[in-house]
Design a protein around this ligand. Structure first.
Ligand SMILES: Cc1cc2nc3c(=O)[nH]c(=O)nc-3n(C[C@H](O)[C@H](O)[C@H](O)COP(=O)(O)OP(=O)(O)OC[C@H]3O[C@@H](n4cnc5c(N)ncnc54)[C@H](O)[C@@H]3O)c2cc1C
Length: 286
């Protein structure tokens, strides 16, 4: 059981982790992928105090090194779902594992996953974002995996052990699975729809269509109010107060995911505040 679980791998998450450790919190940082922070793409920053003309990648390396030296644990994977199970008790599904914590910080950046046409309406009734959670519903049946990143490969391998066959559709270029039982499909995915039998789901591409008992969609990000049902948002951003507390007790948010300005200095400052607030609320103010 961690004191604090931070979702994100950018400056907000790393700053939050650093301060959380200084406050004595057992802290884990869960992030989708090395290099997935926006900061990694910034060629040169001229507005981060103390480090003129630094590259985004170098700044990220320094932030991460500091958080690591302070004693943060790191887990690579997409947080798919956070459940609030009572005072100071959260369970977070990361890939196929469950992590427990007393508080959660959302530092997921501003990137919003763009859903496929038809995807949202079919979610939970033939379309799933989690192989571990829902794979067994499709035992011995044909399913499709639609994935924008290599995380879908692991899921397809898992599903191929349960389902009779897996068709794999890549939404973007990434390393593809090679295993018996997994068939790589050509074509650009246009959308998902209910099949004529009223139960299966059809994947439509520019080269044709095929129906499956279930369709699993994987991306390296999840919209905040999907990740944590009941979380209040303001349009695309998570609603927070000045302590960076979100609408659910024990949940905090920082960085680009709380709104403008989308800048490193603001992300770092908010990460620091979120950690202090979490420490105070967990009785570790010292
Ligand atoms: C090209 C470019 C140039 C820029 N130049 C500047 C500049 O000069 N000055 C400046 O101040 N700012 C600049 N920025 C903006 C700056 O990079 C962002 O404001 C900053 O990175 C925000 O930090 P963050 O930690 O909030 O989010 P991010 O850095 O975006 O990090 C979010 C992290 O969360 C992870 N994540 C998201 N969802 C999940 C999930 N469900 N599970 C696990 N992990 C998840 C992502 O993979 C990512 O690692 C620039 C941005 C870009 C793209």
């Amino acid at each position: 059981m961690y004191d604090l679980l931070i979702i994100g791998g950018g400056p907000a998450a790393l700053s939050c982790g650093l301060t959380a450790r200084k406050r004595g919190l057992e802290t884990v940082i869960v992030s989708a992928d090395a290099g997935s922070s926006w900061l990694d793409r910034a060629e040169r920053l001229d507005n981060y105090p103390g480090l003129p003309a630094v590259s985004g990648r170098e700044l990220l390396r320094i932030f991460r090194g500091q958080a690591s030296d302070a004693g943060c644990s790191f887990v690579t994977g997409v947080a798919r779902q956070v459940q609030s199970l009572g005072p100071a008790y959260f369970m977070t599904l990361v890939g196929n594992d469950i992590l427990e914590s007393r508080a959660v910080v959302l530092a997921m950046g501003a990137a919003r996953p763009k859903l496929l046409p038809g995807e949202e309406g079919l979610l939970g009734t033939g379309v799933s974002w989690c192989g571990t959670c829902d794979g067994m519903f499709y035992r011995g049946r044909e399913v499709a995996v639609v994935s924008s990143w290599h995380g879908g490969v692991e899921e397809a391998l898992f599903l191929s052990g349960i389902c009779s066959g897996v068709d794999y559709y890549a939404l973007a270029a990434h390393e593809l699975p090679e295993k018996e039982g997994i068939r790589l499909k050509e074509g650009r995915v246009l959308g998902l729809s209910r099949a004529e039998d009223g139960r299966s789901v059809t994947v439509e591409t520019d080269q044709g269509r095929a129906a499956y008992a279930g369709v699993f969609v994987f991306r390296p990000a999840v919209a905040p109010d999907r990740l944590l049902p009941g979380l209040e948002v303001d349009g695309a951003f998570i609603r927070v107060d000045r302590r960076m507390a979100a609408s659910i007790p024990g949940v905090y948010a920082c960085g680009d995911c709380t709104g403008q300005p989308l800048q490193v200095a603001k992300a770092v400052g908010e990460g620091n505040i979120a950690a202090i607030s979490a420490a105070e609320d967990l009785g570790r103010a010292g």
